[in-house]
Ligand binder design. Structure first.
Ligand code: UDX
Length: 439
């Protein structure tokens, strides 16, 4: 089938490349000429494990194309996916849908023959109705069906999430569109990936409800971690103990500095707004948003406490800047709030991240960016592990300590067992772990 992906970012590029890998003929469209030119040369503008290989092999096979020409691509497409950004609107937290609506207008003008138009981006409930209204207003003769097909891709695991999804959700009640979408996803369907057909608005809400629930689950274990610190319990064992209950499950119960990324913060806020507008507020998610925002700042206080309450003039080495490992994405990363709060208290911050420093430099200029964990630890009064990259999981703790001015390690991802840190003479603090008296 001929598929067109409008928007070649985290979602559009991964989805387009994977659809091509299924054997479909895919055209990825973007307004950014530089990005399209780079993609044509096989250069991938984002860090996503395995993406370069899948893009190059399918481009070479002639199944994956890149262009800025939206109209020309849409003309003979069977399905057009809208995968453009839906960032939080400045000031009020609603999703900014201007890119979605702009794409819809352009598609409406260019479609020929029956075309399924799919919102792949995360869009508030009711957006599909508005997209359909705009398209029919733009071109009353367009023979289209507007379908919701939300993505459930995690950055850093996007390709495996696409190819082995827990489910594929398709929101449409148009029989012709159901048939087309079954053909689009036939390769996955054959893998027994469940295909869930439902109304369009239901599909749109499934995406938000899913992300909001995951964000709430993380925030739940983060609050339990704070309680553990007060009552002397171990949050990792609490997480294991509750996670063995199959009704709870053991995923997304790792206590940490708070969730970040381009999805949870944006989607929880958008859901809160949608619910408030519908006069049916989602108070649990309102609390999740507030608790998570406060938590990132609270982590800086944990670091300050580890240095006896004063970081003025002290050097702090931050390991990890991205919002999670295996991505270069700094959006809403806890590291940003933590570093800014420490600098506000007069700390000198050094930082290293395997993939995120290029993005970080555009956000935080007054940080010294090093070239490795040991490099930034030299002369540091404390090391803070913020993002659990694999290369931070087996540091030579004796070497680390010998480089530091003070042997203080704050482990915000509980990567190291406390006894391991004590054995190497490091004064340490973690998340939700009983703080035993330390030498
Ligand atoms: C998320 C959803 O998982 C994905 O299904 C959706 O399509 C997009 O949003 P993503 O934001 O890429 O994916 O990352 P994810 O792995 O979900 O982590 C989100 C945040 O939660 C990260 O900051 C991560 O550090 C944090 N997290 C995750 C925890 O703090 N604890 C956990 O146990 C899991």
């Amino acid at each position: 089938m001929r598929l067109v992906m409008i928007g070649s970012g985290y979602v559009g590029l991964v989805s387009g490349a994977c659809f091509a890998d299924f054997g479909h003929d895919v055209v990825c469209v973007d307004v950014d000429e530089t990005k399209i030119a780079a993609l044509k040369e096989g250069k991938i503008p984002i860090f996503e494990p395995g993406l370069d290989q899948i893009v190059q092999s399918n481009s070479a096979a002639g199944r994956l194309h890149f262009t800025t020409d939206l109209a020309g691509s849409v003309q003979d497409a069977d399905v057009v996916f809208i995968a453009v950004g839906t960032p939080s609107r400045r000031g009020d937290g609603h999703a900014d849908l201007s890119y979605v609506y702009g794409a819809a207008r352009e598609i409406a003008r260019a479609v020929q023959g029956f075309t399924v138009v799919v919102t792949k981006s995360t869009v508030p409930v009711g957006t599909g109705d508005e997209v359909e209204r705009i398209m029919r207003e733009e071109n009353p003769d367009a023979d289209i069906a507007v379908v919701s097909n939300p993505e459930f891709l995690r950055e850093g695991a996007a390709i495996s999430d696409f190819k082995r999804p827990d489910r594929i959700v398709i929101g449409t009640e148009e029989p012709r569109a159901v048939e087309v979408m079954r053909r689009v996803y036939r390769p996955l369907y054959l893998n027994e990936s469940p295909l869930l057909f439902c109304e369009r608005r239901t599909s749109e809400l499934i995406k938000y409800a899913g992300n909001a629930f995951l964000a709430m689950k993380i925030t739940f274990i983060n609050e339990i971690a704070d309680l553990c610190e007060k009552v002397g319990a171990d949050v990792q064992k609490v997480a294991k103990g509750i996670g063995l209950d199959k009704r709870i499950g053991d995923k997304f119960l790792h206590a940490g500095p708070g969730y970040g990324g381009s999805c949870f913060p944006k989607d929880t806020l958008a859901l809160v707004k949608t619910a408030q507008d519908a006069e049916s507020p989602v108070r649990l998610i309102e609390a999740t948003v507030a608790v998570n925002d406060n938590r990132k700042r609270a982590m800086a206080r944990k670091v300050i406490a580890a240095l006896d309450g004063d970081v003025r003039g002290k050097t702090i080495a931050v390991l990890g800047l991205t919002f999670k490992p295996n991505t270069d994405d700094m959006r809403e990363s806890p590291a940003i709030s933590i570093i800014q709060a420490l600098q506000d208290k007069g700390a000198i911050v050094r930082a290293y991240d395997p993939e995120g420093m290029q993005a970080a430099r555009t956000l935080m200029s007054d940080v010294h960016y090093g070239n490795g964990a040991y490099d930034i630890a030299e002369g540091a009064d404390a090391v803070v592990l913020v993002t659990e990259w694999d290369e931070f999981r087996a540091l030579d703790l004796s070497r680390l300590k010998s480089l530091m001015r003070q042997p203080v390690l704050v482990d915000l991802r509980n990567v190291y067992p406390p006894q391991e840190l004590s054995k190497h003479g490091l004064r340490h603090s973690g998340i939700g772990r009983p703080e035993r008296p330390q030498a």
